[in-house]
Design a protein. Sequence first.
Length: 354
Amino acid sequence: MSVDTPEAAPVRPAVTKGRLLVFALILVLLAGVAIVYTLHAVRREDDRLHGGSGTAPGGPPLDLAVGGPRLLFRSTESGPGYGHLATVAAADPGGPRTVDVHSCDRVYAAGGTAVCLAVEGGLTKTNVALVLDANLRRLRRVELAGTPNRARVSASGRMASWTVFVYGDSYASTTFSTRTSILDTRTGELVADLEDFTTTRDGKELRSPDRNFWGVTFTADDDTFYATLSTNSSGRTYLVRGELRARTMTVLRENVECPSLSPDGTRLVFKKKVSQSTRNPWRLHVLDLATMRETPLAESRSVDDQAVWLDEHTVGYGLPTGSGAAGDVWSVPADGSGAPTRLVVGAFSPVPLR
């Protein structure tokens, strides 16, 4: 009698630790190749966009306190210095520039302190505010919740402020949201968001949950400041005067954006909305704080910038050249006379170093 025996199961090779290690090493190698290729592609695209024969970083490092009157700015000149901080002599703004190793998307400096809003990292980007001393050495680094947009420092260098977009990318949109912070560089106290301040209009507190603030400018006492307030529900903008120690703000008037206080503290240059068009919505004006009289400036093009005072009689600002990535710095008299003048080609975020 025959007896059927079950067929033997196939023998599978055992997975050894050595094979697992080889497999893991292959995965790591492939990931490394992918990263190197991606970085090479990013660098090649950056070279394609910004390549050129512009001034390269190098030479003596920039110093905010050494040298004659100069104009500090973010260089948008094609070439290796694109995006880096640079200076030119105030008496010869079209002359040769000195380009530093620091890169910033937005910059402002006063009183031996600079604020540099930058994007750090390679594949993973981090938006940061860097507080720098007169030698551009880092004093503090603050990670930001959005895209860098506006920066200011008080005349003494003590107070620093910055604004970021949390979502959206244009003040012309009705859906943007901002966060504006103020840092006391002496004490280290950081006001993370001006929305935490009490804001009043005509004696009544504004409690709208969609309030946005941006464009801070400081007075000489390092406590009082001016800024812009808006609410998405109303679509309107307002000039507010704030008090840091009291943590309060008061609405002064409507239709004022990105104010900048004159060196003598008597006037504000700002952008005023003069059209509902998203292509040409603003015009620069100067507001006399004693009389509240507005003067339109001779620059008729729409300026989406927080202008600066180059001196008591002249304001400066950036205008794109058309590509969006590059731009030039212009100036115009602050009394409404004259005509716009191009100061620096391939520059953005101007700051006078007096």
